[in-house]
Unconditional design. Sequence first.
Length: 138
Amino acid sequence: MKSYRKELHFHLPTRRGLVNITRDVQDAVNESGIKEGMVLVNAMNITASVFINDDESGLHQDYEKWLEGLAPEKPYSQYRHNGYEDNADAHLKRTIMGRETVVAVTEGRLDFGTWEQIFYFEFDGKRDKRVLIKIIGE
């Protein structure tokens, strides 16, 4: 059994943003040399998410509208967390969207269902963030 670790680094210029990282994850699988196994992809910050879904712009807009309805950014005063920071909504959005995803690796490729892609979703950007890619297998 082998393992491989890689980090992706982000510094989005906006507070929120969605990045398709599927190619980056497949590149890490290629670099690892692992042909059969599993890949864990997780956000290394409590105000960002990694998830799998369709890469379709209407859906991306729906996420933004839906999440903003569930945990609106403003007014900041509605949140107790915001005594020090203004990102309570980002913590809640991350909880809804999740921390990580796991994908099977089969014959050296990400083993996806139809239309599946991996995304990094930033909820409190404008600063350095990381995503961990951890691959185990043979």
